[in-house]
Design a protein around this ligand. Structure first.
Ligand SMILES: [Mg+2]
Length: 359
């Protein structure tokens, strides 16, 4: 089959045969691709999570090389399993493809998917193919094994708000894409867009953070062996919106100290170049796929040790407090109410998020 052949000409059965021939088997897979359902071993608990990437909503074909799209589709699901202190084991992928999509696009997507799966010990065990009118949809489900889960509930007043890594890079990468910067399928810069040559250093890390995120998977999983973290979730929608979610589930309020935010240095450099400030990207921007945790103050040093093993950095950015779910920014002794902003997929834009009404 020629790479440029549209999938509509190849036909569903031949495309399935082709993709199936690319999928290796893996440990714990009793029945893999090809039967009515897969059969796999997990336990003692089975974690299940799904995430969908829709063309025009979550990605654009002109700025997402298919290989990176495949990697990201899996990574965002792996992030959710790690945020529960679970170990991702198996994945299924359902693709909706417009008939004019070339085989090369689908193979590129599978390149990324299978490569990321191999890196993380995940077996692809099934999925589905469907035609769509004009948009690519990549819908994945990941199964993981869990034992000692870390949930969003369980945070206590006095716990510190702790995040991994740096924040704002993925949002800065999205802005860079909007201004014409591009990566090729290998993750190398193919177009600087609006940026001068001397400002291009920060571009690649931000574009990669957006197009090929790498959540702290091993660190998340390691939390199952430690009784350190009271509550956790991954940062997909942005710190302010996600912290409000954690507050709601743990029935707490929280404050953030602006100066403590680990603003990504590359995001800061890019924003400076365009006269902006990366602080709001770190506070509200989504898709960093770092972890957000509620940690008792006396356990933060122990958590830093675990993080150090996995080369993950930690930042204390605030504290949980008693009270109705809501957020504040702390400036010295003064507290200012913080209205979270999150991306609203149905509105297709950023929307202020209000705390859920109290029951
Ligand atoms: Mg999540």
């Amino acid at each position: 089959m020629e790479p440029q052949t549209p999938v509509g000409e190849i036909g569903e059965r031949a495309l399935i045969r082709h993709l199936r021939s690319r999928i290796p088997s893996g440990p714990g897979v009793i029945v893999g691709v090809g039967d009515d359902a897969a059969a796999v071993e997990t336990g003692p608990l089975t974690l299940v999570t799904s995430d969908t990437l829709v063309e025009g909503i979550h990605f654009r074909r002109e700025w997402s090389p298919p290989r990176l799209l495949g990697r990201k589709a899996l990574s965002v699901n792996l992030s959710d399993v790690a945020a529960m202190a679970g170990l991702a084991r198996y994945a299924t992928v359902s693709l909706c493809l417009p008939p004019d999509i070339p085989l090369a696009f689908v193979d590129g997507l599978y390149d990324g998917l299978l490569e990321r799966a191999a890196e993380t010990g995940v077996s692809l065990v099934g999925g589905n193919l469907s035609a769509s009118e004009d948009r690519v949809v990549v819908d994945m489900t990941v199964l993981g094994q869990g034992d000692h889960l870390v949930r969003r509930t369980g945070g206590l007043a006095g716990d510190l708000v702790v995040v991994t890594g740096t924040l704002g890079a993925a949002a800065a990468g999205l802005r860079a894409l909007e201004k014409g910067a591009r990566l090729d399928g290998d993750g190398d810069l193919s177009n600087r867009g609006a940026w001068p040559a001397d400002a291009a250093d920060g571009l690649v890390p931000c574009l990669r953070a957006q197009l090929d995120p790498s959540p702290p998977l091993a660190f998340g999983r390691a939390l199952a062996e430690q009784d350190i973290v009271h509550a956790a979730m991954d940062l997909s929608d942005g710190l302010s919106g996600d912290l409000l979610s954690l507050c709601e589930e743990s029935e707490l309020s929280a404050w953030i100290e602006p100066e403590w935010l680990p603003v990504d240095p590359c995001a800061a450099a890019l924003e400076k170049e365009t006269g902006g400030d990366a602080f709001s990207l770190a506070l509200h921007g989504g898709e960093d796929y770092q972890m957000l945790m509620a940690v008792p103050p006396e356990r933060v040093d122990a958590l830093r040790e675990v993080a150090g093993v996995w080369s993950v950095t930690l930042s204390v950015v605030g504290q949980f407090a008693p009270g109705a779910p809501g957020l504040s920014l702390r400036f010295g002794e003064a507290m200012r109410k913080l209205r979270p902003k999150s991306h609203d997929h149905f509105a297709g834009r950023e929307r202020r998020r209000e705390p859920a009404p109290e029951a």
